[in-house]
Design a protein around this ligand. Structure first.
Ligand SMILES: Cc1cc2nc3c(=O)[nH]c(=O)nc-3n(C[C@H](O)[C@H](O)[C@H](O)COP(=O)(O)OP(=O)(O)OC[C@H]3O[C@@H](n4cnc5c(N)ncnc54)[C@H](O)[C@@H]3O)c2cc1C
Length: 399
């Protein structure tokens, strides 16, 4: 079965990575209600059947080859650690331990790549995102910290590839998965992007979610000068600086836990890859536990680091040898206490995506991710609850 871009969006399977906009010049990513980035085109050729299959990781995900032990919940693992940037500023500015920023700084300073392609706030829209190239430490640090907002880091990829220079890519798991799919058809991608880095992702909240956070901070969108969701400590506060110089902040538990996580796009709710299985290295919060739950008390940042490929393992080793990172080994059994949401979502991903097939006769094609094996190990009651919860929320087709 093949699907047009229009069908993928209509089924709720678009996650907004922008791969289609890079591959098809007639397509642009545009913000649509309630605040997600989606492909737009006026040219019907751009949405021809089959084109999307070549790059869209919203509709299909499968591993071509895995260079490491494959853990059903946590994907390919060559090396597992916790750690942080040794540079105190990078650690402080980063979302968790600043590892992704430290790796980017290491790569450009050592000349392994000419630049990095990463996402920060948009200078013209402080609650939006912009993906740009960076080759200086200060610019890389300017993009540190999570932006819990829609981003399309692949939308302009063609322009960056056309420069013929080597660069590292940093994005959400779905961005990196689309990049891997694109690489099957475009040999420039593996040649010019030797490092594809990701972070664990619980889902992308709509712009409306951010506006609601601002409203809780008694701030109108038009009064925002700067807004950050995380960083400057771990987990760090969501903080707005208004145009009149005043500021307001709220805890991560209140911003993410009580507002943003209620605004996630549908595709994220059924996602089987919240952990960046297709990346060379994926980083996450290595939360300490309290009473069996992650504890969000402010402290020095610590990242969970999963090297998934040979390139990723080598990069981690080099960055450590150069003194850019400090790490400690971690046992795979310890990840679940740090990332319970990710474990639960992957276990139930097959049940949730089956609900889409059941209601709409169409849905995502996920394979090689051990989803049937995980379902067999999950209680039937839990699977049924997840199936039904998803089924009843799916809209019937238009028309
Ligand atoms: C939408 C979203 C959901 C997340 N969900 C989880 C989760 O479930 N569990 C978890 O442990 N961690 C999650 N994180 C990631 C986490 O907050 C940290 O980014 C991660 O721990 C890495 O920290 P770090 O200090 O190494 O990264 P940093 O050094 O702070 O670097 C972060 C990098 O991420 C890039 N980035 C930030 N926002 C975006 C974006 N919207 N799109 C593309 N690139 C971006 C920046 O350009 C930067 O290079 C999420 C992040 C986002 C943006």
């Amino acid at each position: 079965m093949t699907d047009t871009l229009e069908q993928i969006v209509e089924l709720g399977l678009c996650h907004g990575c922008g791969a289609c906009a890079s591959a098809l010049p007639e397509v642009r990513m545009e913000l649509q209600k309630p605040g997600f980035l989606r492909p737009e085109t006026k040219d019907s050729k751009a949405i021809q059947e089959g084109a999307a299959q070549a790059f869209c990781s919203g509709i299909a995900l499968e591993h071509d080859r895995v260079e490491a032990d494959y853990h059903p919940l946590w994907g390919p693992i060559r090396r597992l650690a916790t750690g942080h940037a040794t540079d105190p500023e990078t650690r402080y500015r980063g979302s968790s331990g600043g590892v992704l920023s430290a790796l980017q700084i290491f790569l450009v300073e050592r000349g392994e790549v000419d630049f990095v392609l990463s996402t920060s706030s948009d200078p013209h829209d402080p609650i939006g995102t912009a993906t740009t190239t960076r080759a200086e430490r200060k610019d890389i640090l300017g993009a540190a910290g999570s932006r819990y907002a829609p981003s399309s880091p692949l939308a302009d990829l063609e322009r960056h590839l056309a420069r013929g220079k080597r660069f590292a890519f940093i994005g959400k798991p779905c961005d990196v998965a689309s990049l891997r799919r694109m690489a099957r058809h475009d040999p420039r991608i593996d040649r010019l992007i030797p490092y594809k880095l990701a972070f664990f992702c619980a889902g992308v909240p709509s712009r409306k979610g951010t506006v609601e956070v601002l409203s809780s901070l008694e701030t109108r969108e038009e009064d925002v000068e700067r807004f950050q969701y995380r960083g400057d400590g771990w987990p760090g506060m969501a903080r707005v600086v208004r145009k009149d110089g005043s500021d307001a902040s709220m805890t991560y538990n209140d911003s993410w836990g009580k507002i943003l996580n209620r605004h996630l796009q549908f595709r994220c709710k059924i996602c089987p890859d919240g952990t960046g299985e297709f990346s060379d290295i994926a980083c996450a919060d290595a939360w300490y536990g309290k009473d069996g739950y992650p504890d969000f008390t402010e402290r020095d940042g610590r990242s969970l680091i999963v090297a998934r490929t040979e390139a990723g393992e080598r990069l981690l080793e080099l960055a450590e040898q150069a003194g850019a990172l400090a790490t400690e080994p971690l046992a795979v059994e310890e990840i679940e206490a740090m990332q319970p949401y990710q474990a639960n979502r992957k276990r139930n991903s097959l049940a949730r995506s089956s609900a889409l097939w059941a209601k709409r006769g169409n849905g995502p094609r996920f394979s090689g991710l051990k989803l049937p094996a995980l379902s067999l190990r999950t209680s039937p009651v839990e699977l049924a609850r997840n199936f039904w919860g998803t089924f009843k929320r799916i809209k019937r087709p238009r028309g």
